[in-house]
Design a protein around this ligand. Structure first.
Ligand SMILES: [Zn+2]
Length: 59
């Protein structure tokens, strides 16, 4: 049949082995990765996301 369509639900960091998830802990947000890495709880969501992204990028 035709070509297989690419999945539209692939996360932006699909090329990385790091699967970071953001966990809500009350007013805090903390990032955890499948590799065992974890960021300290942050009150700032943008900061937590930025840390998660930085880690997933290999920094
Ligand atoms: Zn990781």
């Amino acid at each position: 049949m035709g070509p297989v369509p690419e999945p539209l639900t692939a996360p932006p960091d699909a090329t990385s082995d790091h699967r970071v998830e953001l966990l809500e802990r009350g007013p805090f947000l903390l990032a955890r990765c499948s590799c065992g890495w974890a960021a300290p709880a942050r009150r700032s969501r943008p900061l937590a996301r930025n840390e998660a992204r930085t880690h997933a990028a290999g920094a």
